[in-house]
Write a protein that binds this ligand. Structure first.
Ligand SMILES: Nc1ncnc2c1ncn2[C@@H]1O[C@H](COP(=O)(O)OP(=O)(O)OP(=O)(O)O)[C@@H](O)[C@H]1O
Ligand SMILES: [Mg+2]
Length: 284
């Protein structure tokens, strides 16, 4: 693992939690397995090392935070894990299987979903249509079958609509169902983005700066939604986030990046006081 290893101790963060998930959490501890693992990832842009030898892992049942100053390489790392960037060097594994060369839509089908730092929602479409776009990897057929509206296409449409309705329930988006996304407040748009990811039935969701641009109240709503989904659906979360209050409140473990490298890793209380982290954030 590139970077300083703190006194990170899996036993202690099991008990030292800010909120108690009770039996469900203990059950997950028992089933703990590594879902995603990266090995020595290198991403370069014109000589700049955006991601520099990063090896991390994400275990089932945790909420992992990834923090770091602007330009630290957090989004680039997520892009490698979700298949949008091909690393110059290094590997990505999902449940032990090498997926480095797998295209994004197949990673989605395996169980890796994500939300985006800069909205990738379709602003002119309504909420339900946006959620359904996340289900395109399951679409069969070609342009002609769509033009002719074949039974197969209709079947997908029906299935996708049902899935979308389900996550609309889950994230309390009923009242916005037919609203055009561009007309909705940022907090609701972030919930739609999460809904689109959850409709894919993921095992792990990577969220890139979900709290950015939200009011305190909107942040609280979104945190509540994430925790509820985490507890009821047992989905693993990775949050790339600048809001340290949110990250330290809800994450089990935090990875800190700076200049493309992992500079610290550990429990929230350990990480925020780590000298390298303080230096990276204060620029000292
Ligand atoms: N597509 C790209 N083309 C060229 N350079 C890029 C590209 N994507 C990222 N970079 C560069 O790579 C470095 C890491 O960027 P990245 O967006 O991964 O950082 P980040 O940690 O997500 O930052 P932020 O907190 O601002 O979102 C930066 O120097 C950035 O300018
Ligand atoms: Mg980013």
């Amino acid at each position: 693992m590139g970077g300083t290893r703190l006194s990170y101790d899996i036993e202690s963060w099991k008990v030292d939690r800010v909120w108690d998930k009770g039996d469900l959490y203990r059950k997950k501890e028992y089933e703990r397995e590594t879902l995603v693992r990266t090995e020595h990832i290198l991403v370069e842009f014109g000589g700049i090392r955006a991601v520099d030898d990063v090896s991390i892992k994400v275990d089932r049942g945790e909420i992992l935070g990834i923090i770091g100053p602007n330009g630290a390489g957090k989004t680039s790392l997520l892009n490698v894990i979700s298949g949008f960037y091909k690393p110059k060097h290094g590997k990505v594994y999902y449940k032990g299987v090498d997926i480095t060369r797998l295209p994004p839509h197949l990673r989605v089908k395996l169980g890796i979903s994500r939300t985006f730092q800069h909205s990738e929602l379709f602003m002119g479409m309504n909420v339900i249509e946006n959620i359904m776009t996340g289900l395109h990897p399951w679409r069969k057929g070609n342009t002609l079958s769509y033009a002719l509206w074949t039974p197969g296409v209709m079947k997908w449409e029906e299935w996708a609509r049902e899935k979308a309705e389900h996550v609309i329930d889950l994230l309390d988006l009923h009242e916005y169902r037919y609203h055009i996304v561009g007309s909705l407040p940022p907090g609701v748009q972030k919930r739609v983005d999460l809904a689109r990811a959850l409709a894919q039935d993921p095992e792990v969701v990577f969220m890139d700066e979900p709290m950015a641009g939200l009011t305190r109240e909107e942040k609280e709503d979104l945190v509540r939604a994430i925790i509820e989904v985490y507890e009821t659906r047992g989905i693993t979360f990775v949050l790339v986030e600048h809001d340290l209050e949110v990250v330290t409140d809800i994450c089990d473990r935090i990875i800190v990046m700076d200049f493309g490298k992992v500079i610290a890793e550990g429990r929230p209380d350990e990480v925020v006081n780590h000298p390298l982290v303080v230096k990276a954030y204060l620029g000292g």
